[in-house]
Design a protein. Structure first.
Ligand code: ARG
Length: 287
């Protein structure tokens, strides 16, 4: 008689309360193209963008997170993607210096918001697009380059925060920000511990793939199919992972690892080349 085999139990995931900055897409449209997803000839529906964005906002609030809002500005349709509005650790905000002129007008609004809300502002001297390209992974900062943020901004980050910065090179124009190709699933871990991450290996050059494999041997590798619907452009509180409903394989992989996928459809905002993570800036306050 065969023994019933015991299935491996997924790890117990613990939710961490997060504080986010978002911007209601009241002026959202696609009037220029600065990434392969944006086609100004394709119609956009601003009220649909607002409706979809609201479902993300509501999900964060329902699950106990705090969401701050920055006032949207006319003529700055990409301001909804607040992940590009800065990078914040320990109450210190590093504002963006955008690659393209089309978004440069956002810089002063984000900088002002940080100042008005009690954050210390440091830099920037170098071209960088905030949390779109910088992700905190335990003690280290993973930093993307290749399309938007400059390698020099990685060094500036290192000086400002006194943390190790690991540079990763993006090679596929569809995945032009780090947060479109890599996701941190545990926003807070014990000092010295490594969080679980998920990524799309071939969005990176070979050297970066090697670094990721070495540092994150337990990472989830996402399929091209799920990457291509911005499955990795997700937010996680350590238990709930907010993802696109179209990333079917990733949804399954997350559940197998004990996470709870929360499906949020931001198809309208994908017309601007952004998703859930792009609309979410994490505010890590001073302790
Ligand atoms: N249209 C915006 C741009 O190209 C989208 C930004 C997406 N943000 C992100 N964090 N990936 O700049």
């Amino acid at each position: 008689m065969s023994q019933p085999t015991e299935l491996p139990q997924p790890a117990e995931r613990v939710q961490q309360r997060r504080r986010y900055l978002m911007c209601r897409p009241e002026f959202f449209t696609v009037s220029y193209s600065i990434n392969p997803w944006m086609d100004p000839n394709e119609p956009t529906d601003t009220s649909n963008a607002v409706r979809q964005w609201q479902t993300l906002y509501d999900a964060y609030i329902t699950l106990g997170h705090e969401v701050e809002l920055i006032e949207p500005q006319p003529g700055l349709p990409d301001m909804v993607y607040t992940a590009n509005g800065g990078f914040v650790i320990d109450g210190v905000a590093y504002p963006p210096k955008f690659r393209y002129q089309e978004r440069a007008g956002e810089e002063r609004w984000f900088t002002e918001w940080f100042r008005d809300n009690g954050f210390e502002v440091a830099g920037p001297d170098e071209t960088n697009e905030g949390e779109g390209d910088f992700l905190l992974a335990g003690d280290v900062i993973l930093a993307g380059r290749g399309f938007r943020s400059d390698g020099a901004s990685h060094r500036e980050l290192e000086r400002i925060y006194g943390r190790e910065v690991v540079s990763l090179t993006l090679v596929d124009p569809r995945f032009y920000h780090l947060d479109t190709a890599l996701s941190i699933l545990d926003p807070v871990v014990e000092p010295g511990a490594t969080p679980t991450i998920a990524y799309l290996p071939h969005a990176f050059d070979e050297e970066s793939q090697r670094i990721l494999a070495e540092r994150f041997p337990d990472a989830i590798h996402v399929s091209d199919e799920d990457g291509a619907v911005f499955g990795l452009n997700s937010a996680s509180d350590g238990k709930n992972v907010f993802i696109s409903p179209r990333a079917k394989g990733f949804e399954k992989q997350l559940a197998e690892r004990g996470y709870t996928p929360v499906l949020i459809d931001l198809s309208e905002l994908l017309l601007g080349g952004g998703g859930i993570k792009c609309c979410t800036l994490e505010l890590r306050s001073a302790k």
